[in-house]
Design a protein around this ligand. Structure first.
Ligand SMILES: C[S@@+](CC[C@H](N)C(=O)[O-])C[C@H]1O[C@@H](n2cnc3c(N)ncnc32)[C@H](O)[C@@H]1O
Length: 255
């Protein structure tokens, strides 16, 4: 998989201002992940912090010094106004500008699906202190499955099954990790609303070598017609997001 970082950055820069209006599901995901005990740490980082909801939640739950990381400057700009006490770093999760063992708590919600997972997990483990807590969410293979098929998006490698995701966590050496999954469904009454939601969540395609330039008007119209037939039949279109949650500790020895 060859993800185009500049396209991901552009997508999220564009969607930053609209993001909070459509990110109700993302909020629920953060709340579910942080619903159980969060360790007290001196420093905590939110990787792919977006507009700062996770940081704001951490500020209420811990006394830690907070750091927000994102690849999109517009997202960091929003996050800084939501959580002014935090420090921010414009960086890629796959190559973090921090020393080994910098954070007692490492959080990343709804961002890892934009990364080469092995590399991102290696970085997450590297920057977390031995004994530190690692809290992650990402998206699994049922996410937008029918929608992605309609649009001809060949990005199945980006969305793993739960078993495949568990194998990546095991390979990364997070042996104590606990994983669970949950499906969130969004319902839309029009083609336009469904397209806008996927776009504003920045959930479009991001593989290098693909793009909207490759889709002609006729193809777009055909997709719209298929979706509208579905909406006429059942009154709505549902877009499922299958989410994986991970709660782990970095081993104290050999980690
Ligand atoms: C769907 S948003 C989630 C934002 C926030 N964590 C939340 O739960 O609301 C994904 C975020 O990850 C960021 N992102 C994507 N790939 C990234 C990467 N390789 N490194 C850092 N941030 C990344 C995007 O810019 C975006 O802000």
């Amino acid at each position: 998989m060859n993800l185009c970082k500049s396209r991901i950055q552009r997508q999220f820069n564009r969607s930053a201002l609209n993001y909070d209006a459509v990110a109700g599901m993302q909020r629920e995901i953060v709340d579910e992940l942080l619903g159980e005990r969060v360790v007290e740490a001196k420093t905590a980082v939110d990787l792919g912090c977006g507009t700062g909801y996770g940081l704001a939640r951490l500020a209420k739950l811990t006394q830690a010094d907070l750091v927000g990381v994102d690849i999109a400057p517009a997202m960091l700009h929003c996050a800084a106004s939501v959580c002014p006490a935090a420090r921010f770093s414009l960086a890629d999760i796959e190559s973090l500008p921090f020393n080994d063992a910098s954070f007692g708590l490492t959080l990343s919600c709804s961002a890892l699906q934009w990364c080469e997972l092995d590399q991102a997990l290696a970085e997450i483990k590297r920057v977390t202190k031995p004994g530190g807590q690692i809290l992650l969410t990402s998206f699994l293979s049922d996410t937008l499955a029918e929608w992605r098929r309609l649009w001809g998006l060949d990005d199945t490698r980006r969305f793993l099954s739960l078993t495949e995701f568990q194998a990546k966590i095991d390979q990364a050496g997070l042996s104590s990790a606990r994983l669970w999954s949950k499906t969130y469904t969004q319902r839309f009454l029009s083609f336009h609303d469904a397209v806008s939601s996927v776009r504003d969540l920045g959930a479009g395609n991001a593989e290098a070598g693909t793009g909207k330039g490759l889709m002609g008007k006729r193809q777009l119209r055909a997709i719209q017609q298929q979706v509208e037939v579905l909406i006429d039949d059942q009154g709505y279109i549902e877009l499922p997001y299958e989410v994986v949650f991970v709660r782990a500790r970095k081993d104290r020895v050999g980690g």
